[in-house]
Design a protein around this ligand. Structure first.
Ligand SMILES: [Zn+2]
Ligand SMILES: [Zn+2]
Length: 476
């Protein structure tokens, strides 16, 4: 392994920048042409005197520690030369560039590298022209998101960047925007239900190439922890979730980590909007009903809340041969539940438990809270027959994070309580086979198709239960 450290000191900022840029471009070319096997990092420093001491640092390295060491060295040098002031350390900005950029640059070798100096952007020298994308971003929780322009993402060595062609608007995005998710760092781009085309590929990725039509489960496994090794990537100990742990798919491009483990090929017959609607709510329901609920023909299944998750569950449980009861406050959603296979539909304003007990002659075998509310959770537990299964699919967060649970029934009737959290990429095959064979038709759940400009409004209104089916952003 070769480490290259370059420090450029010059009184003229433009000249310093130009020298730095030239060195980095030279080093990139050296890597691309195999002159050096790896580049630990390149560091350029330009100093502007007469105004404030502005330090521009450019780094190209995968190892933060090396860069931090270099920063300290430079700071120390500046102190000994008497050119250090308090702003220097503050203004020194490290810009780690993932190794994937090298691959991307290799693909784009023929593209012109911008020589326009934007001194506010220490990464300017590495950006091809026209590498900005549109995205929906919020800078504060509960403050209206805006459509902004940000740099295109670059893939990690083991990741890909997907050009987003469709992305669903989900209640989980709303929870994130409300500030209910501790994974989110501001400013943030939401979006986790995506489908699109692979736009760039990290150097270690083996299974994917530019142009592949793909989707991804919203929980991406790390591939290295004991849960991933056991095939339970949906509860990976180091999981990545686009739109939560990093910037998501309310954007023209989104990075996906560990692509060989997490990315899924789309059948040619499936359009992007349908595929986007699969990624979270439909796939989550598939796992809840089939893998967790183990629903079988002839069983009674109650689905509390007929939004995207609930309607998916109605369709999937019906396809599995169960007698499904849909429950919702909205008559239009109940009607859709009936069309998707529910044998009964109950108005959630009435006594839901009594109605289900009567229809099922003693309670449901399996019941899902597909909404995530203390009231629907309680109804879902109370409507079960002895030894029935309650599956919590809807998120209970914020003020609802610790709801009272009717324990006497759970103990006295040996009720099972199960959580359900996403699905593993390796279970998509079974689900997609049922879609291709016509047993499941997720396209029927796609509701409004909107443009990126409308996404902020759709996101903020997700708690108002207005939309029927899944709202999908299909133009960017
Ligand atoms: Zn979702
Ligand atoms: Zn893992």
């Amino acid at each position: 392994m070769v480490s290259i450290v370059v420090v450029v000191i010059n009184e003229g900022p433009d000249l310093a920048f130009e020298i730095t840029r030239q060195i980095i471009v030279f080093q990139l070319n050296s890597i691309l042409h195999g002159l050096v096997p790896t580049l630990d990092f390149a560091l350029g420093l330009g100093m502007e005197r007469g105004t404030t001491n502005v330090v521009h640092l450019l780094t190209l390295q995968p190892f933060g520690q090396v860069a931090r060491y270099a920063t300290r060295s430079v700071t120390h040098w500046a102190q000994t030369k008497g050119v250090f002031n308090g702003q220097l350390a503050e203004q020194a900005r490290l810009v780690p560039i993932r190794a994937g950029l090298v691959t991307r640059l290799a693909e784009q070798k023929s593209k012109h590298i911008s020589t326009q100096h934007d001194k506010s952007d220490p990464n300017y020298a590495l950006k091809p022209k026209d590498s900005a994308m549109k995205a929906v971003m919020f800078e504060k929780f509960q403050e209206a998101p805006k459509v902004v322009t940000v740099d295109d993402p670059t893939p990690a060595a083991d990741g890909v960047v997907v050009q987003v062609r469709a992305t669903g608007v989900c209640r989980s995005d709303w929870h994130g925007w409300m500030g209910h998710d501790s994974d989110i760092n501001l400013p943030h781009i939401p979006g986790h239900e995506l489908a699109g085309v692979v736009a760039s590929v990290g150097k270690d990725v083996r299974n994917w190439k530019v142009g592949d039509r793909v989707t991804v489960p919203f929980i991406c496994g790390c591939g290295s922890c004991r849960e991933c090794h056991a095939g339970h990537q949906q509860v990976c100990l180091h999981q990545q979730q686009p739109g939560f742990t990093h910037w998501g798919s309310f954007a023209e491009y989104v990075p996906i980590h560990r692509a060989d483990l997490n990315v899924i090929a789309l059948p040619e017959s499936m359009d992007f909007a349908t595929a986007a609607s699969l990624g979270c709510r439909f796939a989550t329901s598939f796992r809840a009903v089939i893998d967790q609920g183990k629903v079988s023909a002839g069983q009674w299944v109650a689905v509390h809340g007929c939004g995207g998750v609930g309607l998916s569950a109605v369709m999937i449980a019906s396809a599995a041969g169960a007698n499904v009861i849909g429950i919702d406050l909205d008559p239009a959603k109940l009607e859709l539940a009936r069309q998707l296979g529910a044998v009964a539909a109950i108005d959630g304003n009435g006594d839901v438990v009594e109605a289900i007990m009567e229809i099922t002659k003693g309670g449901a075998h399996v019941s899902l809270d597909a909404l995530g509310h203390p009231a629907t959770m309680t109804n879902s537990i109370m409507c079960l027959r002895p030894r029935g299964k309650h599956i919590q699919v809807g998120l209970l967060l914020g003020e609802h994070a610790a709801p009272p649970v009717p324990m006497p029934k759970i103990v006295g009737q040996e009720i099972e309580l199960l959580g359900s959290h996403g699905i593993q990429a390796h279970r998509y095959g079974a689900m997609l086979d049922m879609v291709e064979s016509g047993k499941l038709d997720p396209a029927r759940l796609v509701g409004d198709r909107i443009g990126l400009e409308t996404a902020p409004e759709a996101l903020m209104n997700m708690d108002k239960f207005q939309s029927i089916g899944v709202t999908v952003i299909t133009s960017f």
